[in-house]
Write a new protein. Structure first.
Length: 488
């Protein structure tokens, strides 16, 4: 017969072992820039911008050379992080101004259900609308800015915090970068942007906004450090998509999807390493869950990065992380019938292959405004200078594109010379196309079953009044779609 003392000791064990288990769970802080491209951080060697806080996280953790956002548009990219899924798997949340359906499982919800306290500030799932029932937003309910949240938090619980900055999103104060000491003449422009004083000044203004974002990162870092919890806090700093310039944001070229990323967790991640593994932002949700000791649900197609992060190696740590799959649907209602410009892409170390699914559409939106490109001095310059001398720049950003694009990154890192129709690259193009199609089919991309037009029909937050629930298209809707599977 078990004694009363033994029973008491057993219950004490449960209490203290539970407390210890809770204490072992890391805090998770996710910090999202708004429209920052790789390599625009001083940790990557960019001499025109100063990002000491981002650099400190990289020095005390890992710097990732090949981090990519699954979708180069604001709310879809945020939905990808929350769900750990490719953007084409997210129903209405695949589009900008989408509706985030309650059926999509998020890492934030799972953390909450497993004892975490959630907090957030700034931009969450925006500019879409949420239909989730468990919180005001898929990122969780508020909590104020990070110092306020940290001070008032329940110290008995681990916490997960989402900070969505509005920097370096447009608009910018014209000339603010140069006034703040950023020298436009030193800026290394990407080859798809014209070298003009207006463009250089515009990029300098963008750099200043990156530095403002870095100040926000510093405030969070210092709060964690002074609060004595830095050691057991997993911090990720990255961006939702690339810079708000022509041929960058909303595109699947590197300017739109290649993003900076630094990750630290002093208790678990060996510091001072640079990783060449190809990482998708869909990999973050499963990483957070595994770090918290929570089973990764089967709905998440991203892969946890914890093994490569905790490794002591540098460079390419895991051969399974050698390529990423990318996509986009509708960004704005910039075309007839409110159609989008769906693209899918496969990117590895040496090549970028893109499939423009409806090549007869305007990539940047109809010529009456090219509304998929954010307004600013660079766009204004291109619209005012479509002359023969500058025709290539205009065409690269605004012109009609072929169905297939292929870029040899060893010869053309700026991705401006399409080799898809060069006979020398025929086998590479075909192999990458087949590999992309295989993955899209496996992950349920509606374009692969001939139902791609459904992405155009999903309701948006602009279409619906508050209080009207999200409704997924029925099988009957798919039966009525025009045409069959796309042949290419």
């Amino acid at each position: 017969m078990v004694s009363k003392i033994a029973i008491k000791l057993f219950f004490l064990y449960l209490v203290f072992s539970g407390s210890a288990h809770c204490a072992d769970k890391p805090n998770i802080v996710f910090i999202f820039a708004d429209d920052q491209s790789w390599p625009h951080a001083s940790a990557y060697g960019d001499v025109s911008v100063k990002t000491p806080s981002f650099d400190k996280i990289a020095e005390n953790g890992v710097l990732l050379n090949h981090a990519f956002t699954s979708a180069p548009s604001c709310s879809p990219s945020r939905a990808v992080v929350l769900t750990g899924r490719n953007h084409w798997e997210l129903e209405s949340a695949s589009n900008l101004f989408g509706i985030f359906p309650d059926s999509l499982l998020t890492y934030t919800r799972l953390l909450l259900e497993n004892g975490y306290q959630l907090g957030n500030s700034g931009k969450g799932y925006k500019p879409g609308r949420s239909d989730v029932t468990w919180a005001d937003s898929p990122v969780g309910n508020g909590g104020g800015d990070f110092p306020a949240f940290f001070k008032s938090r329940d110290k008995k619980k681990p916490f997960a915090y989402w900070m969505g900055s509005s920097n370096p999103h447009r608009p910018y104060e014209i000339g603010s970068g140069e006034k703040a000491g950023i020298d436009p003449s030193r800026i290394e422009l990407p080859p798809y942007l014209p070298d003009s004083p207006e463009v250089r000044s515009d990029v300098a203004d963008y750099y200043l906004e990156i530095q403002n974002f870095d100040d926000e990162v510093r405030e969070i870092y210092e709060t964690l450090e002074s609060g004595g919890v830095l050691d057991n806090t997993l911090i990720v700093v990255t961006s939702d998509n690339g810079m708000p310039f022509p041929r960058a944001k909303t595109n699947l070229y590197d300017g739109g999807v290649h993003v900076p990323m630094a990750i630290m967790w002093p208790a678990k991640i060996p510091p001072g390493r640079v990783l060449d593994d190809f990482v998708n932002t869909a990999d973050l949700a499963p990483t957070f869950l595994e770090a918290a000791g929570i089973a990764i649900p089967g709905s998440m197609t991203g892969k946890s990065l914890l093994t490569i992060l905790k490794s002591s190696e540098q460079g390419l740590v895991d051969p399974a992380f050698t390529q990423v799959y990318l996509g986009r649907e509708r960004h704005t209602g910039a075309r007839d019938e409110n159609y989008g410009y769906p693209i899918r892409a496969l990117r590895n170390k040496h090549y970028l292959y893109l499939w423009n699914i409806y090549p007869d559409r305007w990539p940047a939106g109809n010529p009456d405004g090219y509304a998929d490109i954010d307004g600013g001095p660079t766009k204004t310059w291109l619209l005012a200078n479509p002359s023969p001398t500058d025709k290539d720049y205009f065409q690269l950003s605004m012109g009609i594109r072929p169905e297939h694009e292929l870029y040899d990154l060893r010869k053309d890192p700026g991705q401006v010379k399409n080799a898809a129709y060069n006979p020398a690259y025929k086998s590479i193009r075909n192999n990458m196309r087949q590999e992309l199609e295989k993955y899209l089919t496996e992950t349920g991309d509606l374009h692969m079953s001939g139902n791609g037009m459904a992405y155009e029909a999903f309701p948006t937050s602009l279409d619906l009044d508050d209080g009207i629930s999200y409704t997924k298209p029925t099988e009957a809707y798919f039966d009525e779609l025009p045409g069959g599977p796309i042949s290419h």
